[in-house]
Design a protein around this ligand. Structure first.
Ligand code: TPP
Ligand code: MG
Length: 335
């Protein structure tokens, strides 16, 4: 997507949709008894918005436990997502997935994921599929700074580099893994430096600035599409709420630190950059915010008026019958 007026409005709309979805939807989910399983990405909106602006629904993304923003930026319907959070049958995963298992294959969204770092090999596998089948699709693995210290990232980066796969490793470094500060657990100051170990480019980006994310992601994705292999993108960002919204007293960080990042809020930075240029007016951005607010009212109503999944559907879509049908067709396959 070009950053003409339409592109700029798109970036703002994606960030505003994520912000309003979570500000409205997460408390509602808590009131419906599912507080432990939802994680807010408020504060981090610039990363999915800036990255996914370069992707089509054919491309793939793998996501995390903090994945509503990735879903929205990749085009998953927020009303259906709200239904998924509330456990309703009209959700993308028919209400059986919830916040941490939202997948929508029609949008190339491989799933939010409760297993830290599990998005990474999934995206590498999708990139391998694209390369073998010559689909010219790219895959992005979103993951956190905590996930960056899981062994699977390093195995995945190595294989992706050996096979020159069209994959971007996108680390959302929000400074903490639950309550563990990044500095406490990392051997390097900049995770992007680790790219050198796998002979791939490493980008270190201000993840509060959607334009910085957009630019670096554009370079990485262009490389991947051209067949030049993987990149590591580290986006420095911040989550405004606790690890989970409801039960984190946030005793491990200071008010000054929170205020600093909030002063660099991604939607605010966007306004500060774009409004003086005069192409977009304040009222245009305000009306996007109002539309998003209204959409979330509709989403809550839609979710509440949707049915719960049928008990008889408990095992439907849980286990694949793929190997069985393959065997029926006589394929030689050991499982
Ligand atoms: C394999 C695995 N180990 C541990 C956990 C428990 N856990 C859930 S989120 C989390 C912290 C992840 O931190 P980070 O990757 O920085 O992501 P963030 O929460 O900051 O977005 C941990 C340890 C888990 N879900 N999966
Ligand atoms: Mg983190």
């Amino acid at each position: 997507m070009e950053l003409n007026k339409e592109g700029l409005l798109h970036l703002y709309k994606v960030m505003s949709t994520i912000r309003h979805f979570e500000e409205r939807g997460i408390p509602e989910t808590g009131q419906r008894g599912m507080s432990a399983s939802v994680h807010s990405s408020v504060g981090q909106e610039a990363v999915p918005a800036g990255v996914c602006a370069h992707l089509s629904s054919e491309d793939y993304i793998g996501s995390t436990h903090r994945g509503h923003g990735h879903c929205i930026a990749k085009g998953v319907d927020p009303k259906a997502m709200m239904a998924e959070l509330f456990g309703r049958a009209s959700g993308p995963n028919k209400g059986k997935g919830g916040s941490m298992h939202i997948a929508d294959m029609t949008k190339g969204m491989l799933g939010t994921n409760g297993v830290v770092a599990a998005s990474i090999p999934l995206a590498v596998g999708a990139a391998l599929t694209s390369k073998i089948k010559k689909l010219n699709r790219v895959a992005v693995a979103f993951f956190g700074d905590g996930a960056a210290n899981q062994g699977v990232l390093h195995e995945s980066m190595n294989l992706a580099a050996v096979w020159q796969l069209p994959v971007i490793f996108c680390c959302e470094n929000n400074g903490y893994a639950e309550s563990t500060p990044f500095e406490y657990a990392s051997s390097v100051e900049a995770l992007s430096d680790r790219a050198a170990s796998y002979d791939m480019p490493g980008f270190n980006v201000d993840g509060m600035d959607v334009f910085a994310v957009y630019e670096a992601a554009g370079l990485a994705i262009e490389r991947a599409r051209a067949g030049d292999g993987p990149s590591l993108l580290e986006c420095k960002t911040y989550r405004y709420y606790g690890h989970t919204v409801f039960d984190d007293p946030l005793t491990y960080r200071t008010k000054e630190e929170e205020d600093y990042y909030k002063s660099r809020d991604p939607l605010k930075l966007f306004r500060e950059k774009v409004l003086p240029e005069g192409e977009i007016s304040q009222s245009e951005l305000d009306s996007i915010d109002t539309d998003c607010l209204n959409l979330m009212e509709e989403a809550v109503e839609f979710a509440d008026s949707s049915p719960m999944p049928e008990v008889s559907d408990l095992y439907v879509d849980v286990y694949s019958d793929y190997p069985i049908s393959m065997m029926k067709r006589g394929t030689n396959m050991s499982i």
